[in-house]
Ligand binder design. Structure first.
Ligand SMILES: NC(=O)c1ccc[n+]([C@@H]2O[C@H](COP(=O)([O-])OP(=O)(O)OC[C@H]3O[C@@H](n4cnc5c(N)ncnc54)[C@H](OP(=O)(O)O)[C@@H]3O)[C@@H](O)[C@H]2O)c1
Length: 326
């Protein structure tokens, strides 16, 4: 099978597409023909060996995928050959075939394209977990989304709207802000401008943001916290800008605000029942057409490097997807 193989931690330019034997199966596992894989910021860090956990070499990158079950001896988890699924795993998605346990899979509602499904699970589960289970966002609250046109940012814009928030999208270019608006944001801010906190103040009639969804980090995070509303909640999602910010402890005191951590990787282990409930809410929205996940650009497998480069050069709108098979 064709697969992207990382033989040493390196930049994406040094990673090759190879012909390798398909993965072998253990009892209780299933084989999936991968149709599309979603690329996230973390995948890029893993390839370079810069993520907090390192995949042992050699490895196939890619954590999120959609495809069709081709082998399922004993129908583990009720999955049978021919069923369309979406999945999340530690690695292995950028390949024509992947072998996983049933816990990694979720049935795909009818009519949802593989590209959409591969863009869905990580970002939308993170956004719903953060906004609903951590920040307890309620209808009518003001939600500020930083990096709002990125993969997880655009998910937070859409989920925020579904939860009834007034969504303010912060992004660096007119194109990105228009993308966030097109996906439901009520207003937008150019947070590269020095006066952006004044604009936020005006947009919220002096109230500030009740909830801040922050996948960006760096100095912007501290500035955003300074504009939080009384009893506001600032969700720590990621550090796409590179720097982990340090928040002066007097700010939560003065603002009556809270800093809340969000880690998708720990939800299935620490809160499996909650994960099930949130996934079922998300797939209901998906099946009913209330939620149309934003697919950014779709690349052919041969062009996988371009998908990473687009994301790494801050050029991505929504999630980057690699199409693997038809
Ligand atoms: N905690 C969790 O469970 C969880 C889940 C998913 C993702 N994440 C994390 O969230 C972060 C974003 O992931 P993503 O997949 O949404 O990435 P993405 O699609 O590349 O979006 C990141 C956004 O951050 C902004 N940004 C600011 N400075 C940047 C820089 N120097 N380089 C790149 N982007 C920069 C960009 O928006 P502007 O150009 O508009 O500033 C960009 O749209 C990552 O750190 C990822 O690890 C965490």
């Amino acid at each position: 099978m064709k697969a992207v193989v990382v033989e040493q931690y390196a930049t994406i330019d040094q990673v090759e597409l190879k012909d390798i034997p398909p993965p072998s199966m253990e009892p209780g596992q299933l084989r999936i023909r991968v149709e599309a894989a979603g690329i996230g910021f973390v995948d890029g860090l893993k390839i370079e060996g810069r993520y907090q956990t390192k995949d042992p070499l050699p490895f196939i990158p890619g954590t999120e995928f959609a495809g069709v079950v081709t082998e399922a001896p004993g129908t583990p988890g009720g999955f049978e050959p021919g069923m369309r699924v979406m999945g999340m795993t530690r690695s292995g998605a950028l390949a024509e075939e992947i072998v996983v346990s049933p816990a990694a899979l979720h049935p795909l509602p009818d009519g949802v394209a593989a590209e959409v499904a591969a863009s869905f699970r990580a970002n939308y589960l993170t956004a719903l977990y953060a906004l609903n289970a951590r920040a307890m966002l309620v209808s009518g609250e003001q939600l500020l989304v930083l990096g709002a046109a990125g993969g997880t940012g655009i998910a937070a814009v859409q989920i925020g709207k579904l939860l009834g928030a007034r969504v303010i999208a912060a992004a660096s270019t007119p194109q990105k802000r228009a993308f966030a608006r097109a996906h439901g944001a009520d207003s937008d801010i150019d947070y590269t401008q020095t006066g952006w906190r004044d604009t936020l103040k005006e947009l919220t009639n002096g109230h500030g943001a009740d909830v801040i969804y922050d996948p960006v980090g760096g100095e912007i995070s501290v500035q955003a916290f300074r504009s939080i509303a009384w009893r506001g909640r600032h969700l720590v999602v990621g550090f796409a800008a590179g720097a982990i910010p340090a928040l002066p402890f007097n700010l939560p005191l003065l603002k009556g605000g809270a800093l809340l951590g969000v880690d998708l990787a720990q939800i299935p282990v620490r809160e499996p029942e909650l994960q099930k409930r949130l996934m079922s809410q998300l797939t209901d929205w998906l099946a009913e057409g209330q939620l149309k996940p934003a697919v950014g650009r779709v690349f052919a497998l041969d062009d996988f490097r371009e998908a990473f480069r687009t994301m790494q050069t801050r050029g991505a709108l929504g999630k980057m997807v690699v199409r693997i098979a038809r």
